[in-house]
Design a protein. Structure first.
Length: 308
C-alpha cells in the first residue's frame, strides 16, 4: 500500500500552488461583474457575454480566464485567453507536453480567440538544460505565446558557502510578473486600436498620472466612432486599469511583508530570556502610548469605548 502522507517538498508546492491560484482568482474572478458585463451584456444593446468564463481547478492546479478584446459585428467577441498550469518539476519535454494540454479549453465562448497566453509554473528543473518561451501557434506568430516560470533558483556558491542557498520567488512577486506580462499585451493591443482609429496619445490628453481608461471616459473623442468600436477600446482600457491597480495592491502588501521581516530579523538571534525582556519593553511602550491616546479622547469617544 502506498504511503499517502505528503512529503515536505510536495506540501510546500501545494501551498505555493494554492497561493498562486488564490491570486489569480482575486485578480480575474470578479472581472465579469465589475467590467465585462457593463460593456458586453448590458441588458439592452449588447448581449454578447452572458457569463463569467473563469475556471479554477484546484485539484489539477490549473486556471483559465478570457478577456474580451473586440466586438465581431454580427457574431460574438474576440477573446484573449489566459491559461495557467503548476507542476512540481519540469524539463523541456514536460514543458511542451503541459503546454499542449493547456490548449484544451474549458469554455468555448461565442466568438473566437485572437490571442492566447499559456503559462507553466514549476519550482525546479529535473534535468539540466534551457527552457524557452515559444509561440505555440506558428501560423499565428503574434499573440499566441507559452511562457515558463521557475520559482526556485540556487544562489551562486562563494568561498564561505558551498553550493549557495536556494532562493524561492514569493508567489506575490511571481504574480506581479505574470500580471505585468498581461498588461503589456493589453497595452500593445490598445495602442494598435488607437493607431487604427487615427488617434495619438496627445489627442486624448493622456498623462502619466492618469490612466487611459479614465481619460477615455472623460473624452468625447470617440463619439464619432461606432458603438462597437467604442466598447472594445473602453473594455480593454478598463481591464488594463484594473490589472494595474491589482499590481499596486500586491506591491503594497509585499512592502509591508518586507518591513515586518526587517523588524523581526534582529530578534532572531536573541536568547529566550532576552527576547522575553524585549517583548516586555514593547508592551510597556504600547501601554504608555495607549494611555496617552485615551487621555486625548473627548467625551463622545470615551462613551463609545465604554459601550455607551
Amino acid at each position: 500500500m502506498l504511503d499517502s502522507t505528503p512529503t515536505l517538498k510536495n506540501l510546500s508546492f501545494g501551498n505555493y500552488t494554492d497561493k498562486i491560484l488564490q491570486l489569480a482568482n482575486e485578480t480575474f474572478a470578479t472581472m465579469y461583474q465589475k467590467i465585462h458585463k457593463q460593456y458586453w451584456h448590458d441588458g439592452s444593446f449588447l448581449q454578447k457575454m452572458s457569463q463569467n468564463y473563469t475556471t479554477t481547478d484546484w485539484q489539477n492546479a490549473t486556471f483559465e480566464t478570457y478577456i474580451p478584446t473586440a466586438d465581431i459585428i454580427g457574431h460574438g467577441l474576440s477573446y484573449y485567453r489566459i491559461a495557467i498550469k503548476l507542476i512540481p518539476e519540469v524539463n523541456n519535454k514536460t514543458f511542451h507536453e503541459e503546454a499542449e494540454k493547456l490548449r484544451f479549453q474549458n469554455h468555448s465562448p461565442p466568438g473566437n480567440l485572437d490571442s492566447e497566453l499559456q503559462i507553466v509554473i514549476s519550482p525546479r528543473l529535473n534535468q539540466w538544460g534551457f527552457i524557452r518561451a515559444f509561440n505555440h501557434t506558428p501560423q499565428k506568430t503574434k499573440g499566441y505565446q507559452t511562457r515558463i516560470y521557475i520559482t526556485n533558483r540556487r544562489e551562486k556558491a562563494s568561498p564561505t558557502r558551498q553550493g549557495g542557498k536556494q532562493i524561492v520567488t514569493p508567489p506575490e512577486v511571481l504574480w506581479v510578473k505574470i500580471t505585468r506580462a498581461i498588461c503589456e499585451f493589453l497595452n500593445k493591443r490598445i495602442t494598435a486600436f488607437l493607431k487604427a482609429m487615427k488617434l495619438q496619445p496627445y489627442q486624448l490628453n493622456y498623462k502619466d498620472n492618469n490612466t487611459l481608461y479614465y481619460t477615455c471616459i472623460q473624452s468625447n473623442i470617440f463619439s464619432r466612432y461606432c458603438h462597437s468600436l467604442r466598447m472594445s477600446i473602453l473594455s480593454m482600457s478598463h481591464c488594463l486599469d484594473w490589472l494595474l491597480h491589482k499590481i499596486w495592491l500586491i506591491q503594497e502588501d509585499i512592502g509591508l511583508q518586507t518591513m515586518a521581516k526587517h523588524a523581526i530579523q534582529p530578534l532572531l538571534g536573541l536568547k529566550p530570556d532576552d527576547l522575553s525582556r524585549v517583548f516586555s519593553l514593547i508592551r510597556e511602550e504600547l501601554e504608555v502610548a495607549l494611555v496617552s491616546r485615551v487621555n486625548r479622547l473627548g467625551k463622545v469617544e470615551m462613551q463609545i469605548l465604554a459601550g455607551g
